[in-house]
Design a protein around this ligand. Structure first.
Ligand code: DSN
Length: 441
């Protein structure tokens, strides 16, 4: 084995797959709201020699030698996180968002304690108390929902908190297009004596860039991923606010202990370095323009879709994403529209809509977001073009009805058929033309 060989020479199969993925992205449009495009500097840090080092523990308190420079890197990441979000404490070691949330439970809860979070099908996350996740099996979960207008049902949150005395309430979402009601949730959590945790994985970049209200004055704990609107590498962080420290001065050390030795071993130092770089970028003044353009683009996209008769849950968006409700075109069509858009070079994800009459695997909606296309430099005029492509694709899918049985086989057959559709092929060419006019990396 030649340790100095390039990837292309050393492993042509992996190299080719990466090149094909790059080509796929170059020729298409990525509208998955939880994805983004990292900078060259972030990628360089992520692909660095730091991946080789073990450093269990925290800066100045490691179980391994040789961590002088790792300490510099982790301290920089911590200081930048504190500055970016305006918090007194940050832990940058969680490997991603779910482990970060897991650490919050481990720090605060005993098995059987009560948790409340937004129901998964209403836009919550698995780790916010879903019945098949650890958070809904180890703990007693009382999920809240959105109302028929698509907004979080604050009255229900208040009633459930009064009745069930939760120890932890999440004000957190993964498929919710409206501003999060941090102030209302904070009042309810305080009345119940509960911790309020805000998992801002989706909106972290908007919060840092001033395009979404910050949870920091309201929540005790803030968790996030680092790879969505924040535009860093995959990773997670846990922050404690001044309000959190006032409620429980031991909170930072409880979180530190929950991450290691509670749940994880060595931190991923290459990831920590890349997070530090991304936070440095997010602290630049241009990042504010980026965050506000993400929201402007999402509003323009949702308005253009609605103008074409496509229903958007809650009638629009305040952030980077929107949920398209496809139920007027039939039940369970999310997967068909996702596959048809894929065939046209537009990447989205199928998603449940509130009170979805179908199942999570064959849901009746799709989720769209603008962080990636905004990083590419697209603005409102391009959002109108994209809305046009999406509307044309939906039109092509209208004639297909999702059957009640044998759905997987039907979807498989549909996928083959739609790739040959003349209109879809034409749209794919238009999409590639649009995408090629903007820079990806
Ligand atoms: N998988 C992420 C998303 O797409 O929103 C949440 O963890």
């Amino acid at each position: 084995m030649d340790r100095k060989a390039s990837l292309k020479t050393a492993d042509p199969e992996i190299y080719a797959a990466i090149q094909n993925e790059l080509k796929r992205r170059r020729e298409g449009l990525e509208l998955i709201p939880s994805e983004n495009i990292t900078s060259r500097a972030v990628l360089e840090a992520l692909g660095s020699i730091l991946t080789d080092k073990y450093s269990e523990g925290y800066p100045g308190k490691r179980y391994y030698g040789g961590n002088e420079f790792i300490d510099v890197i982790e301290n920089l990441a911590i200081e930048r996180a504190k500055k970016a979000f305006g918090v007194p404490y940050a832990n940058v070691q969680p490997h991603s968002g779910s482990p970060a949330n897991q650490a919050v439970y481990f720090a605060l809860m005993k098995p059987g304690d009560v948790v409340m979070g937004l129901n998964l099908a209403d836009g919550g996350h698995l780790t916010h108390g879903w019945k098949t996740n650890f958070s809904g099996t180890l703990y007693k979960s009382f999920p809240y929902h959105v109302k028929s207008d698509g907004y979080i049902d604050i009255d229900e949150v208040e009633r459930l908190a009064r009745e069930n005395k939760p120890k932890l309430i999440w004000c957190s979402t993964t498929a919710y297009s409206r501003e999060l009601p941090f102030a209302e949730m904070s009042r309810i959590a305080d009345d119940a004596g509960a911790y309020l945790a805000a998992d801002i994985a989706h909106i972290a970049g908007l919060v840092v860039g001033g395009a979404h209200k910050s949870p920091v004055p309201f929540a005790h704990i803030v968790t996030t991923t680092t790879h969505k609107t924040l535009r860093g590498p995959r990773g997670g962080m846990i922050m404690v606010t001044q309000k959190g420290i006032d409620k429980d001065p031991e909170l930072p050390s409880k979180i530190d202990k929950a991450v290691i030795p509670g749940l994880q071993g060595g931190p991923h130092n290459h990831q920590t370095a890349a997070i530090a770089v991304a936070l440095g970028e997010a602290l630049q003044p241009e990042f504010r323009d980026y965050a506000s353009q993400i929201v402007k683009n999402a509003k323009a996209l949702s308005e253009a879709l609605m103008a074409k008769g496509i229903r958007i849950v809650s009638g629009g968006t305040d952030n980077h994403l929107m949920l398209v409700d496809l139920t007027p075109f039939g039940i369970g069509k999310g997967v068909l529209v996702q596959d048809a858009l894929d065939a046209a070079g537009i990447t989205v994800n199928k998603n449940t809509v509130p009170s979805d009459p179908s199942s999570p695997f064959f849901p009746s909606g799709i989720r769209l977001g603008t962080p990636t296309v905004t990083t590419m430099g697209m603005k409102e005029p391009e959002m109108k073009l994209i809305a046009g492509f999406i509307a044309e694709v939906i039109e092509e899918v209208k004639g297909f009805e999702m059957p009640e049985k044998e759905r997987a086989a039907f979807a498989e057959q549909f996928r083959k058929q739609i790739k040959e559709n003349k209109k879809i092929r034409m749209i794919k060419q238009e999409v590639a033309k649009l995408s090629s006019g903007f820079e990806l990396y």
